[in-house]
Ligand binder design. Sequence first.
Ligand code: PMP
Length: 387
Amino acid sequence: MIPGPIEVSPAVQAAFSVPPPGHLSKAVMEAFGSSLSRMREVWIAAPDAQPFVTAGSGTTAMDMAAANLVEAGDRVVVVNTGYFSDRMVEMLKRLGAEVSSVGADPGDAPSVDAVRHALDDARRRGGVKALFATHVDTSTGVRVDPQPLARLAREHGALSVFDGVCATAGERFRMAAWDADVYLTGSQKAIGLPPGLALLVATARAMKARESLRAKPPMVLDWLEWLPIMRAYEDRKPAYFATPATNLILALDASLREITARGVEAHVAVHERSAAAVNAAWKSMGLVPVPRREELRANTLSALRYPEGVDASLVGKIQERGVVVAGGLHPAIRNTYFRVGHMGYAATQPELLLRTVRAIGDALAACGAPVDPDAAVAASERVLASK
Ligand code: PMP
């Protein structure tokens, strides 16, 4: 129950667990092509939006988005909600961009007005190329609302890029309706796979921005190198640029089929219900979330402060009870909180959520915290039964 790599469904595990198929095999061509069109469905993207799947991780997808849109001298704005936004800032600086990072205290997000101010400022100084935001920052469990940010970017003539590594398929995102330009993720999170794939969808506008770059991105990140390959796979034709992670492509197709069979909105609703269920338990045990306001709390993970008298040894005590959760990550508050993932397959399995609540409750009680694990489990059960 860490916030990735997550548990995967039996169908995903079965699809993955085969002798490595060739990248031009019929099975891979079919799974790759089907996955690309299903990504448009899960991203709720326009028919002309371009999906990309490459070997790598969420960081690869971040680097790919940055390197195809931004070059030296470009002005960009980063909505900074924690550890992964800081990583985006560093990537953009390495590309030679002039970065304006709009931050907030850990557990908070900058206001839309603060972002507007930064975009206004960048525009006054000659134009702003892009806005970057982390949909859910995994270091704090803080979720931003992408819709007003995408709108603001558009109003300022800027592209908008959202890091959905800890969000995609578990949080609401309507790429076409919100007019967002890139939504990216990694395979080991809510999209429901083992680690090893970088996934993103880019609008036609973003693809044009790549074509206008003066300097080409590193070859393996270059959308224009990958574009003919993605198109070929979607047409179920063989093509090669760099070897895909073939087992993961089979797993991707299996996972996207499960998500689209349920329906994207329904799949997000399952995550909402699971988050509500565990939140009821946290509340019953008096655990304080790192996100400062209700609307900042993600569906996909909980970041929870250690109660008075409890320290990071709690994580080991939870593990002794058969459940693995994660420690803190944000450098400013690292030793004051722990993190529980509830995305992907786990979000669809009430018994996994309840086991997690039980293990955390029992471990807290063993640390001397005044909690009632039975009441916490009952609080979760009530939410799961009512929705
Ligand atoms: N962005 C976010 C929001 C993340 O949670 C992570 C990984 N936890 C990353 C980016 C980086 O992804 P990866 O570790 O797969 O490279």
